[in-house]
Design a protein around this ligand. Sequence first.
Ligand code: NI
Length: 185
Amino acid sequence: MKTWKLWENERINEEETRLLRRRADEIPVPFDDEGKRDIETLIDAFVGRDDAAGLAAPQIGISKRVVVFKNGQFNERGPLQKGGGQYDVLVNPRITQIRGDTEKGQEGCLSCPDISADVVRATSIKVKAYDEKGNKINRRYTGFLARVVQHELDHLDGKLIVDRGTAIYFPKEKAPFFDKIFKDA
Ligand code: NI
């Protein structure tokens, strides 16, 4: 499935940027048919790829508040399987607690091809959400997973690593394009 991107081939994607920058809508609870379909579409899009730690619905053109990411059960040596408990789905998620330190780490994003950014994130968060079946859940995430969750939840508010990055990295040969984009940032 196609991933929506801010730019591609050194050209800004105006239409995709508009959706990626939008605040996504909540999924009605209990889930209606459309909500269920959107959740399934996101899971299927994520299970079918191996180039991301997580995926948010706006990244596949669905402006809804749902994200999916590999959880602590994921085994790097095998493929991600549907239903195997190797990923978490968070619907209408809300961070209810931020604890501990912050940490700087380098992040990439399928919607920001060719760049990475240093982003400061909290190392321990608590999230309230619904799972893919509509059950209420409360989860704590720490370390790398806390980073992934904060990254994915940012997508739901139209925020990307280019907004959060304290430093942005890209290949030298693409400098003419990216220097232009980031000069005002
Ligand atoms: Ni991303």
